[in-house]
Design a protein around this ligand. Structure first.
Ligand code: URA
Length: 236
């Protein structure tokens, strides 16, 4: 893929477009050993060697981040009023997006990438990728509910969930459980809990397919996926 040098370096986090123009003006950027003069010159991401200040910069076509989404931000790329998950990411790539949505008040695992093909596969209704959440409810969750969810819970007239799994951690006026679902319908877990006579007071996604929320990530933190995490995600 051929890219303008200023985009190439900006995508790789080497500075803003104007900072990069300044580096070029100062003669700090070279392609295949030759100093370039204009930010509009192009380089091939696979064939050419681009260096900044003598340091070779490799171009990564795709970026993959796992975030522990905090409550209070929306799962969108940009919004005129609300803070978005992309506002939390320092990468300057303009093509990143969150894979699927978590509600504004939901926390937990969110994959952020520019790999449209992988996103499509993870979100495809036909692939039934498992998503596991920790849920806290007002209202008692019981083994009866676990049985209903295992058999495919009828949520309302329009939606019966695919068979899922409810593992109860605590059952009482306030209950806690892990719930695994195979679709990503709007407010799915909240609606399933309502259908069980409970209302969600806290929801956090802890895994998606083969990818688990890394324990070290506090809400609002993120990091690049490791190669094994990426291959686990692609397997599912
Ligand atoms: N189910 C919900 O109800 N909300 C989410 O954010 C995710 C799953």
């Amino acid at each position: 893929m051929k890219l303008r040098i200023d985009k190439f370096l900006a995508d790789m986090g080497q500075g803003s477009r104007s900072e990069i123009k300044e580096y070029i003006r100062k003669g700090l950027v070279s392609v295949n050993g030759a100093v370039i003069k204009s930010p509009s010159e192009k380089a091939d991401t696979e064939l050419d060697t681009v260096s900044l200040n003598g340091v070779k910069i490799e171009y990564a076509v795709f970026e993959y981040y796992v975030m522990n989404k905090p409550a209070g931000v929306i799962s969108a790329t940009e919004d005129s009023r609300e803070k978005t998950v992309l506002d939390l990411i320092k990468s300057r790539r303009e093509d990143l997006f969150p894979v699927g949505r978590l509600d504004k008040d939901t926390e937990g695992l969110l994959l952020i990438t520019n790999d449209g093909q992988l996103a499509h596969e993870l979100l495809s209704p036909r692939r039934h990728v498992d998503k596991t959440y920790f849920v806290r409810t007002k209202g008692k969750l019981s083994n009866e509910h676990a049985g209903l969810i295992a058999g495919g819970l009828r949520v309302d007239e329009e939606f019966t969930a695919l068979p899922g799994r409810l593992e109860i951690i605590k059952s009482g006026e306030e209950s806690e459980a892990f719930i695994t679902v195979h679709e990503g319908k709007f407010h799915q877990v909240k609606r399933m809990m309502e259908a069980c006579g409970c209302s969600v007071t806290y929801l956090k996604r802890i895994s998606m397919g083969g990818l688990k929320l890394p324990k070290e990530l506090e809400p609002g933190e993120y990091r690049a996926l490791t190669p094994p995490e990426l291959s686990d995600l692609k397997k599912k």
